[in-house]
Design a protein around this ligand. Structure first.
Ligand code: CAA
Length: 387
């Protein structure tokens, strides 16, 4: 496996770094304080080609490889995880699903406007009673003469209040588990589709989070994406990409922790010398550097496999597990390096900790990633006591 970045990939990373330094970091603290979803920034991300970057050019994307996409996500994650969530949901969960599973008509209808940022999309899998056990979701799709009638509830849906189109996963045949699931592309202005904002979050305060109610939402047949029975696979392939981008975003958080801790520890003096002069401070910074490099290499490995068209579910779970858990540890240590100053938002490190915390929950908890990794290692599924 060649771990060298190409000149083009290096340029992509440097361009994204400059963009984040100039456009994202400035806005992040205020949006976090205001708990304000920055729709304008989402449009700017679209203008930069950062929404749907790996989507092919004929549908409005940039046709980038996965490694290049991961490098962009890393930089945006360093600046602001709320903005990174927009990129991950829009690109990995929505755009790439439509490109992989949609009809030509669905691709033409949605992708150019999603890639440009004119439209936003959301991924409606999770429900109030269904998180890790995604195949047991209860939202119901009933066949009508001309299409489908959807009813149920979705929960914790990123971008849900601002989305123009929602991927809604629904059960067509109760009791049939994953075999009966379908995925529907629902325009959010359809009658019966309503959303509510979720506030009071520990972190990702500038990210839009919704609960969605579907009250007999009627959609035509051409809103079905993939076949009935393929809905679970649509969800799992989307999450293979989504987890990759969450992991890449966490590499960005760790990198931000290193930068902030190095510069603070060189400026701040105690006992007459810079903090960086103390071995215990250096130990914390060294741990962050090791975790950043390890997480970055795991993300790169998953990206290379994806670019080669090889299976990457296992490697993606490993990258997500390691990068997300490490981001929390590093952000916690970065606050320690900053002392009291790290506990307020003059520095980004307290936001890094609050924002990192959700990454071991969404797009598959750390426990789900461990069960995927453990199943591969042992050949035994331990998801259920009866498996
Ligand atoms: N790619 C393609 N197909 C896959 C797949 C993958 N990664 N994983 C499973 N499948 C297929 C299987 O091959 C199988 O197909 P067949 O029946 O044809 O053989 C089918 O799906 C069912 O497979 P399993 O019953 O073996 O399912 P599983 O054990 O692999 O999955 C699970 C169980 C891992 C727990 C899965 O349900 C899971 O990942 N749960 C977590 C859900 C999750 O991440 N939710 C987060 C939602 S998104 C979010 O956070 C909101 C947001 O807005 C950001």
């Amino acid at each position: 496996m060649n771990l060298e970045l190409s000149d083009e990939q290096r340029l992509i990373s440097e361009t994204a770094r400059d963009f984040v330094d100039k456009e994202v970091i400035e806005r992040a603290r205020q949006s976090d304080r205001d708990e304000k979803f920055d729709r304008e920034l989402a449009s700017i991300l679209g203008e930069m080609g950062y929404l749907g970057a790996p989507v092919s050019e004929e549908y409005g994307g940039r046709g980038l490889d996965y490694v290049g996409y991961g490098l962009i996500v890393e930089q945006i994650g360093r600046g602001d995880s709320a903005a990174r969530t927009v990129v991950s949901v829009q690109t990995s969960l929505v755009c790439l699903s439509i490109e992989n599973w949609g009809t030509e008509e669905q691709k033409q209808r949605w992708l150019p406007k999603l890639c440009s940022g004119e439209y936003l999309g959301c991924f409606g899998l999770t429900e109030p009673d269904t998180g890790s056990d995604a195949a047991s979701l209860r939202t119901r799709a009933k066949k009508t003469d001309s299409g489908w009638k959807l009813s149920g509830q979705k929960m914790w849906i990123s971008l849900g209040n601002h989305a123009d189109v929602a991927m809604i996963f629904a059960q067509t045949e109760p009791g049939s588990g994953p075999k009966g699931l379908g995925c529907f592309l629902v325009p959010t202005d359809t009658e019966g589709f309503t959303t509510q904002e979720i506030h009071g979050k520990l972190g990702l305060r500038a990210s839009d989070t919704a609960s969605i109610a579907l009250d007999d939402v009627e959609v035509p047949d051409d809103c079905l994406m993939g076949e009935i029975g393929e809905g679970f696979k649509v969800a799992m392939t989307a999450l293979d990409s989504g987890r990759y981008s969450v992991a890449a975003g966490c590499v960005g958080i760790i990198d931000g922790c290193v930068d902030a801790s190095v510069s603070y520890s060189k400026e701040r003096k105690q006992f007459g010398v810079p903090l960086a002069r103390f071995q215990l401070v250096q130990a914390m910074i060294a741990d962050m550097v090791v975790k950043r490099d390890a997480a970055r290499l795991l993300v790169l490995r998953a990206g290379i496999l994806k670019d080669q068209g090889k299976p990457s579910t296992l490697e993606t779970s490993i990258a997500k597990l390691y990068a997300t858990e490490s981001a929390i540890e590093c952000a916690n240590d970065a606050i320690q390096v900053h002392g009291g100053s790290g506990y307020v938002d003059d520095h980004p490190v307290e936001r890094y900790l609050r924002d990192a915390r959700v990454t071991t929950l969404y797009e598959g908890t750390s426990q789900i990633q461990k069960l995927i990794i453990g199943r591969d290692a042992t050949g035994i599924s331990a998801f259920l006591p009866t498996d």
